[in-house]
Design a protein around this ligand. Structure first.
Ligand SMILES: Nc1nc2c(ncn2[C@@H]2O[C@H](COP(=O)(O)OP(=O)(O)OP(=O)(O)O)[C@@H](O)[C@H]2O)c(=O)[nH]1
Length: 386
């Protein structure tokens, strides 16, 4: 049989390892609830140490149970912080007082004490499970289920142990001389502690992976997708359009005389012009359209299910939105115009994305040669909806 003190020591050691892992993993800064989870592990190590060292002494047990409750509210705060929300500080004090005071009043009645603390700690765990369920943050389903499952199991263990201890003739005997049931629930409690912390680490890893993926697929200056992402998705989108006999268009948008803007105002202002321009273009697009920074001052817009004439209308809207007012950067007014080249998928024969792009580039070149600040469309083909 595994006795409580042995398991508590193992739990404290595991929490220390998990805390160290979290600390090492947070090299780029303690954020997204890491500090609160770290605090929860620290508080639980103290609580567990008190339980293991203090045995069944009521005064030690009061402090240990209160700290255990605090570690759970800190876990709740960590999960909320991960979802960019916060737990009011008074909740920690309220839970501490709500468990500590009645527990002290029941000091002389071990059975009532064990029953009370088990029910309260189990309920706090259920609330933490509810918070995990409601978490408004991108967490994969397996990770979310791992966390919720672990918290619910933890709550069930507290309830079961509370009832079993209350029904036992000597509720504190299990501390040193556990039955098979008690050993099993203790082992499961250990698994719960491990699973919740591993789940939290997984949540952090998933968020870091998503950020890395975003960085690899986007242009950091404008937030538009980069060329790599375009090539990854464009062939697939074109193939889908071909198979479904759907239109697909491309617009290349290039700032006119951007070099002069850089020369006159400096590269920092030039960067800001690029950033604002990307926003102006984005405002003219639908959710399903893809905005890509193609080169220095060149953007590519891919419009699925939009025929050539529709793309010409969108390009015209972009051109007018850009030149409608000068861009305001650092108190300066910078007049900006763009030229655009439009090409649409041809209905007849297979065409690669490079072919489509080539025609958009020719159209853009024509727009530049004809005096800039204009839209040119080349061989829009027999578009389905045109
Ligand atoms: N500020 C800034 N400038 C950049 C960046 N990348 C490239 N450039 C500059 O952007 C300018 C692009 O100019 P060009 O492509 O030669 O053409 P243009 O001056 O816009 O002239 P037209 O396209 O013919 O109207 C070059 O001077 C590049 O050095 C960037 O990230 N930020």
């Amino acid at each position: 049989m595994i006795d409580l003190p042995t398991l508590l020591v193992a739990l404290a050691a595991t929490d220390m390892v998990l805390g160290a892992t979290l600390w090492i993993g947070a090299r780029r800064g303690v954020r997204d609830g890491m500090a609160q989870w770290f605090g929860a592990l620290g508080v639980r190590i103290v609580a567990v140490g008190l339980f293991a060292g203090g045995g069944t002494d009521p005064a030690t047990a009061i402090v240990a149970v209160a700290l255990l409750a605090l570690s759970m509210t800190l876990q709740a705060a960590a999960l909320l912080a991960f979802g960019a929300r916060s737990l009011p500080a008074w909740v920690h004090s309220a839970v501490l007082a709500g468990i500590g005071v009645p527990f002290a009043l029941l000091a002389g009645d071990p059975a009532a004490r064990v029953l009370f603390s088990g029910v309260v700690l189990g309920t706090v765990m259920l609330v933490v499970a509810g918070i995990t369920l409601q978490l408004r943050a991108p967490v994969s389903r397996p990770t979310r289920f791992l966390m919720i499952g672990a918290f619910v199991l933890g709550a069930a263990i507290f309830y079961l142990r509370a009832v079993a201890s209350a029904l036992a003739t000597d509720p504190l005997k299990g501390f040193v001389d556990p039955t098979a049931f008690q050993s099993l629930t203790l082992m499961l409690a250990y698994v719960v502690a491990l699973a919740t912390s591993c789940g939290f680490l997984l949540m952090q890893k998933e968020r870091a992976d998503a950020a890395a993926e975003r960085l690899a697929s986007m242009d950091p200056l404008t937030g538009a997708y980069n060329r790599r992402t375009f090539h990854e998705t464009a062939e697939r989108t074109l193939a889908l359009a071909r198979r479904a006999n759907q239109p697909l268009s491309i617009i290349l948008v290039d700032i006119d005389h951007f070099k002069r803007i850089n020369e006159r105002h400096g590269n920092r202002i030039g960067d800001e012009v690029l950033r604002i321009l990307a926003d102006v273009v984005r405002d003219q697009l639908r959710q399903e359209d893809l905005l890509v920074r193609f080169g220095a001052d060149e953007f590519c817009v891919m419009l699925p299910q939009v025929p050539g004439p529709g793309a010409v209308v969108v390009a015209g809207r972009i051109r007018k939105a850009v030149c409608a007012d000068p861009l305001r950067v650092d108190g300066r007014e910078i007049p900006v115009t763009v030229s655009a080249g439009v090409a649409a998928r041809l209905d007849e024969g297979p065409e690669s994305i490079d072919g489509l792009l080539g025609r958009a580039e020719q159209a853009l070149e024509l727009a530049k040669n004809r005096g800039r600040n204009r839209v040119v469309a080349l061989s829009l083909g027999r578009s389905v909806a045109a």
